[in-house]
Design a binder for this molecule. Structure first.
Ligand SMILES: C[S@@+](CC[C@H](N)C(=O)[O-])C[C@H]1O[C@@H](n2cnc3c(N)ncnc32)[C@H](O)[C@@H]1O
Length: 264
């Protein structure tokens, strides 16, 4: 792991990444691999999602919400602020589960409406104090939120950021360290918050990696100027091996509304 200063900001919602274009190609560039399912299983376990009323916040194309609903693991609602994402999610969700356009900072649900909330790869986009307070508001007194994000000290090690200095600076600004996320959850009214690291191995062919870069597959690449992108891709073409194998460090954070009960 590369050790760099962690800058992770308070999460003031200044990140306004645009997912309208990415929505059409999101699932091709970020498919549901074996690793995706392994993380899914871990979120179901840590979030205690089985048999609950679950809200997925920032659902994107709805893969996680659909996996929960299709396997009848939970009764599912999903929101995302990007209409093009919600359109994809709604098309994918089985009957009974619903996706709608909404901001996490102003959830269109009654107080205490959900048992659980799940947030995968979304907290770096949010005005976190407002968003966490909203998530707390819509959870029952025995509620729980489970968050999956990239572990902040490792953003410099993600296989793509090494090629794009602007993307790295952007990610260092918006991915908050675990202790900040935990503290923000407590400040938002969660009784307890804990986190753990979940390490996976990313493995995909070089051509797939290059297609991801060319498609600006993560919002970090949105801020990269065209000339820096071209230069970074040229470097990636020279340096990437036939099969890319890299560790990916997830940070999984759980917040509970009741005083007792973290079962991690
Ligand atoms: C990186 S994608 C992750 C999508 C999905 N959770 C996944 O894991 O594939 C981030 C998603 O968060 C959504 N998002 C960003 N800010 C949001 C906000 N303030 N309220 C609701 N959704 C938001 C974006 O529109 C986008 O679909």
């Amino acid at each position: 792991m590369t050790h760099r200063a962690i800058k992770g900001k308070s999460g003031n919602g200044s990140d306004r990444s645009d997912f309208s274009q990415l929505a059409q190609v999101y699932d091709d560039l970020r498919p549901q691999t074996e690793s995706w399912w392994a993380l899914f299983d871990e979120l179901v376990r840590l979030g205690d999602l089985r048999g609950q009323r679950v809200l997925e916040v920032g659902c994107g194309t709805g893969t996680l919400a659909a996996a929960l609903a299709e396997r009848e693991l939970a009764k599912v609602w999903a929101i995302d602020r990007e209409p093009a994402m919600v359109e994809q999610a709604q098309a994918r969700l089985p009957g009974g589960a619903r996706a709608r356009v909404a901001e996490c900072e102003a959830l269109p649900f009654k107080d205490a409406w959900f048992d659980r909330a799940v947030m995968r790869l979304v907290v770096h986009h949010l005005d976190r104090p407002r968003a966490f307070a909203e998530v707390k508001r819509v959870l029952t007194p025995e509620g729980r939120v489970v968050i999956a994000t990239i572990d902040a000290p490792t953003v410099a090690d993600t296989w793509f950021n090494v090629f794009f200095p602007s993307a790295l600076t952007h990610d260092e600004d918006r991915f908050a360290p675990a202790e900040v996320l935990e503290e923000e959850l407590r400040e938002a009214g969660f009784a307890r918050a804990e986190s753990t690291v979940f390490v996976q191995e990313e493995r995909f062919p070089r051509e797939q990696a290059l297609a991801k870069l060319r498609g600006r597959f993560v919002s970090s690449l949105e801020v990269v100027p065209d000339d820096e992108l071209a230069e970074g891709i040229a470097r990636a073409e020279r340096e990437l091996p036939d099969v890319l194998v890299r560790p990916l460090h997830w940070r999984l954070v759980v917040g509970v509304t009741a005083r007792e009960g973290l079962t991690k």
